[in-house]
Design a binder for this molecule. Structure first.
Ligand SMILES: *Cc1c(COP(=O)(O)O)cnc(C)c1O
Length: 227
């Protein structure tokens, strides 16, 4: 099942890219939260190189069960400052930096282990109350602060669209996120800003059409999650 699903998704990704004449690389992050490590191992055997987890604790268990892994690990869920230490110790890219407080905590913990942590800034472009992400108005300040931090390196922007039946409603959200991302490139060193993380199972094709180069897909690969 996982193998077939991955083939289907890769085809759909390529078709979405072709519709807008894109030839740049687009990374598929397989979101394995709430699925057992066996699913991750199977996905890796099918060529998946990037995995996404929402919770630090769950991810650590899977890393232990999968010691000889060469995967790139993405933390995509909300991060609490008291988990910053573990997150920094184990993740390659943290997508969910959404406040000054969290940014400072990650910088501090990375400093302790002499690491420069790659991060994305999560922006609440959809302006949903229950969604995390820094407000669009506060985003420039967060960028400025991040620039001063020696142990974090901002690589781009992450956003989540609203969950809606009418998929075309998400397009303007992704379009704004893309504009913010292009703006960011001018603020940081050349080449530093290179990831626009947006698009999930229900909207990854629209995200790709609007410029995403990282999509985070769970359900369409592994099936529904059991909570
Ligand atoms: C769970 C999750 C995903 C994947 O969602 P699917 O709809 O299962 O593809 C992507 N991004 C974030 C931040 C998530 O929490």
């Amino acid at each position: 099942m996982i193998k077939e699903n991955l083939e289907t998704i890769r085809t759909r990704m390529a078709e979405a890219a072709a519709r807008v004449h894109r030839t740049d690389e687009i990374t598929l992050i397989a979101v394995t939260k709430n699925h057992p490590v066996e699913c991750m191992i199977e996905a890796a055997a099918c060529g998946v190189t990037d995995v996404g987890e929402n919770r630090v604790q769950e991810a650590l268990g899977k890393m232990e069960a999968f010691p000889d892994n060469h995967l790139t690990w993405h933390l995509i869920g909300h991060l609490q400052t008291n988990k910053a230490k573990q997150a920094v110790a184990h993740f390659d890219l943290i997508h969910s930096i959404d406040s000054e407080h969290l940014l400072r905590a990650v910088d501090k913990e990375a400093g302790k282990i002499d690491k420069v942590q790659d991060i994305l800034l999560q922006v609440n472009v959809a302006r949903e109350e229950q969604k995390s992400g820094v407000e669009v108005e506060e985003f420039p300040q967060l960028c400025e602060l991040a620039k001063e931090m020696p142990h974090v390196r901002v690589r781009g922007l992450m956003c989540m669209a609203q969950n809606t039946e009418n998929l075309e409603e998400v397009r303007p959200v992704f379009r704004i996120a893309h504009a913010l991302y292009e703006d960011m490139k001018k603020k940081f060193s050349e080449g530093q800003i290179c990831y626009l993380s947006m698009g999930m199972t229900h909207d990854f094709e629209i995200a790709i059409e609007e410029g995403a180069n990282m999509v985070r897909v769970g359900t369409a690969i592994f099936g529904p999650r059991n909570y």
